[in-house]
Design a protein around this ligand. Sequence first.
Ligand SMILES: [Zn+2]
Ligand SMILES: [Zn+2]
Length: 311
Amino acid sequence: MGDYHVHLHPHGPYQGVGPPPGEYPPGHIEAYVEQAAARGAEEVGFTEHLYRCVEAAPVLGRFWDSEPRVDLAEQTAAFVAEDLALSLEGYVEAVVAARDRGLPVLLGLEVDFFPETIDAVAELLAPYPWDFLVGSVHWIGGWAIDHSGAAFEFRRRGIRKAYEDYFALEAQLAASAQVDVLAHADVVKKFGYRLPEVPIDLYRPVVEAAASSGTAVEVSSAGLRYQVHEIYPEPTFLRMFAEAGVPITLASDAHNAQDCALGRDVLVAAASDAGYTERLRFRRRQSSRVPLIGERPPSGGDRVDASERTP
Ligand SMILES: [Zn+2]
Ligand SMILES: [Zn+2]
């Protein structure tokens, strides 16, 4: 399998781990490829965060300004300022150079979805040689839903309302046809705020939109590292995608080399249980189907640590 959701820098202020944001010294990309290979993943699709790139700032704008809850807006403003440390040009150059050195890497991007700016974002991204784009709902208005510091909003808004707001945006993203893959499609559950019922009614529009726009969905191990301790999408949601014929990729959402391709066996088992026998490979935004299970990893099982990291 490939790992089709990987970041080259952790979030937040530089902590001295790995290279500083925006730097790609020799060996950095190689370390991801080696870790992936050790877990049986034959290629690594990098998907840096669009909102962290300085070129994106004028296009995404101050999206938090329209947020009526001032505390959420202020928090997002600070969070974005802190993370805005990468360059789209520098990132693309580093991954393309790695590919030119013969490494099995793909050029992807994690595109933040805002209905108002998605078309302008598509224009910004058009000149680059992407292999694939993953799309993510990280913000509802100015609320950073997957940021641990803003998790208090689940109680204030109510969990049902938070889920409704999230999945309405996810369905719009799926319908937009501007990205190739939906990333962490039920990330709203990340901190363990759950509904008593499985929200089939909220899932259905997302699944239908993905099926009609031809957008795939990633099966991601990232949720195993957070309070929810569950893959994205959860089994019922994943089965709905499978039944609708929506194809999948496999993803770790690693933010360091160590986590690359983490949880591979869990993902393959979950996809297989949902009815999948194939996954997608991408080249220059064209997909092809390959068997879900390729070569076996050299050693069985991955340990997945629960820790407090932003996605
Ligand atoms: Zn990510
Ligand atoms: Zn994300």
